[in-house]
Design a protein around this ligand. Structure first.
Ligand code: ADP
Length: 168
């Protein structure tokens, strides 16, 4: 039987920390589904379509990684793709509380889906999508922190935002 895991997240945008977790997860399972959450509460910088496009482009070299989107309960989605595990990344203690609650809630909802925590390389342990957006917005370099297509997309997004502002 094929062992399938799901790595869910916002990926707004994809960072090298996410990529590190994807590489580690893909080595453990027959198939890893990277699933973009369509979250109506959060105000994202990039649309789900933009995030899917970047993920597909960057993850093309990984044959057992598939990119998808989902909404609703994560455990329902995991079951719908025949998954047995949820992969999440842990950076620091600060991630723990939230991840712990989510993992236990998901177990409550579905006993046979296991949550697996993987740690990214130390170099990425301080890296978050939120921080990357903040740095890029203020004109700082995010080179080496995100894959090249994301770097390009961030530059375009903030350049056009700056241009709009200066026109006003
Ligand atoms: P979410 O909104 O679900 O937290 P994110 O895209 O921010 O979505 O993160 C998805 C998962 O990847 C989470 O488990 C998060 O802890 C993990 N993650 C994000 N950045 C890193 C990183 N630099 N190193 C390890 N794990 C990370």
């Amino acid at each position: 039987m094929k062992r399938v895991a799901v790595y869910p997240g916002s990926f707004d945008p994809l960072t090298n920390g996410h990529l590190d977790i994807i590489g580690r997860g893909a080595a453990l399972f027959d198939e890893l589904v990277v699933a973009v959450l369509q979250n109506t509460d959060k105000e994202p910088l990039f649309t789900v379509e933009e995030r899917l496009r970047v993920l597909r482009e960057v993850l093309r070299p990984l044959p057992n990684v598939r990119v998808d989107r989902f909404e609703g309960l994560l455990v329902d989605y995991v079951r719908s793709v025949g998954g047995r595990a949820i992969v999440r990344g842990l950076r620091a203690i600060s991630d723990f509380e939230y991840e712990f609650q989510m993992a236990l809630m998901n177990r409550h909802l579905c006993e046979d889906v296991e949550t697996l925590f993987l740690m990214a390389a130390e170099a990425y342990s301080y890296l978050s999508s939120r921080l990357v957006k903040e740095v890029a917005k203020l004109g700082g370099s995010v080179h080496g922190l995100v894959p090249p297509p994301v770097e390009k997309l961030l530059a375009e997004r903030y350049r056009s935002a700056a241009a709009r502002k200066s026109k006003r």
